[in-house]
Design a protein. Sequence first.
Length: 658
Amino acid sequence: MSDDLFENTPASSGDYDASSIEVLEGLEPVRRRPGMYIGGTDDRALHHLVAEVLDNAMDEAVAGHATRIELRLDTGNRVTVVDNGRGIPVAEHPKFPGKSTLEVILSTLHSGGKFSGKAYATSGGLHGVGVSVVNALSSHTRVEVARDRQLYAQEFSKGQTLGGIEELGPTPNRRGTTVTFTPDTEIFGDRNFSAKRLFKLARSKAYLFAGVEIRWKCDETLASEEVPAEAVFKFPGGLADHLAEQIGARECVTAQPFTGRQDFADEAGRVEWAIAWPLYSDGSTSWYCNTVPTPDGGTHEQGLRAALVKGLRAFGDLVGQKKSKDLSADDVMVGAEVMLSVFIRDPQFQSQTKDRLTSPEAARLVENAVRDHFDHFLSDNMDRGKALLGQVMERMDERLRRKAEREIKRKTATNAKKLRLPGKLTDCSGEGEGETELFIVEGDSAGGSAKQARNRKTQAILPIRGKILNVASATADKIRANSEIADLTLAMGCGTRKDCDPEQLRYDRIIIMTDADVDGAHIATLLMTFFFQEMPELVRQGHLYLAQPPLYRLTAGKESRYARDEAHRAELEATVFKGKKVEVGRFKGLGEMNPNQLRETTMDPDTRSLIRITLPQEFEQRAVVKELVDQLMGRNPEHRFNFIQNNAGDMDREMIDA
């Protein structure tokens, strides 16, 4: 090799040498990057600590070993969770000589009894990081274990053991685990637990498992009119009781709500649901998996939506309402009070904070469980079924009317103002039964594949060139002068900012479809920033979506599967392709996928997965979102730098899922 290749190479490598490489041990990674494990250091993350410990106690109850749980909030920001379950094992751990199993669980990541399924058939804890993360982020943690009629205790600080396990003597009438912890102010600052928030958490957990009694206690100085100093929650009716409380005196379409439960002994699964359709008020949705809230829904939500819409279509056909075939899941769900709880083995979530369930089998399990019960609910009382069908079809007629109006405006714009539409836009005819969609894709290559993969009647394609302008840090004049922004605005047809009128939107869904890599994520972020700032009402009304293209294609023999990321790939290799020689192909971009692959994985409504982007209704929460967007995308780079320094772990999805 010629030496002149290196003639301009600096003689020194600067400060980057072997000593620059850090190896974090024990729980130090959690303290360095708490956001990677609990989503940040804000109020939500602070209260997530309690949820992690409470979920462990609930797992004992669901497994049939605990009947009573206590959640206590004391002064000094101290929380205690008590259960009367089996108690954490305290014997010496076989892989860690000299350490009790209790110490291993509290001070070692990815340690626990929920990996094999032997100790727990279904559980909310999956990764063995919950209680160890709580320990790492607490200034003081004390664990007491009553097991085999003996009482043991051990204390920790910031993840470090303060001493060995102590044997405190016999306790013949006590069993279970008690965890007391105080969050570390170095991590969470002066944030304090909200008694009201924890009170609601305790009550909601009791609704989710009818066999458990949850006792709430807080110091008298923390009590209020809304939050008593003591309360006991036990709801034999489970979600049905919860729904009755939510509905109150509101009039509903059907006098009797649709509630039920289905157990699957062979799959160690359970589905429980409670749904009502209020007449004159907005509804809400609550999704749970193994007693863990999943606010972003996921595959269990998809199963419920499918069961309800298919059931109403079939009932409509039974009573001669042929138009019922046009019903959509939104017609059934919008305005409904919906609660769904599932218990399944080895659930997969989108992140450690478990906001979205991604287990494919959950959709099938829920649809199978709910569909038969819903058919009986509708047909056992024909008047009830017809009342619900009529209400839902009114909503369908209104949706189709608005769609027809938009379609007329869209066609008028296409025919009368054709020159004003972007030249790169490949429009749809809008003549199909499905709703119209605009895919915003990255680059001409991906645009070419998408045009071949699309449904020409309902799907339009607009390619954009690379990373669009960051509107959060640009002047109004620069935004107006940008050609990509102009194309986007013209394609939408609804105006921007104060002139934005969602009724003028030319499509029902706007779908951002970028490569499944870092650059693609950056482009998607810029596009979401554009819609948040320039067309916020479209986002608020739920018109904006993110496509979920795969990153890998796995093939073994004639069988092929697609993986959305590294963690999903590992899961497929360990389950679907276990023991087989797997050929792994990585898509460098959407343009590398042939049209059939792109259609199957990302564009076909029957097989794809979309994430809906929404904005909170509450003004305070909207203000928080705006502040976050300004911080991440605004003009001051120092804010961005500080955020990245403190929360870099949040962005590493592969590490989170691992």
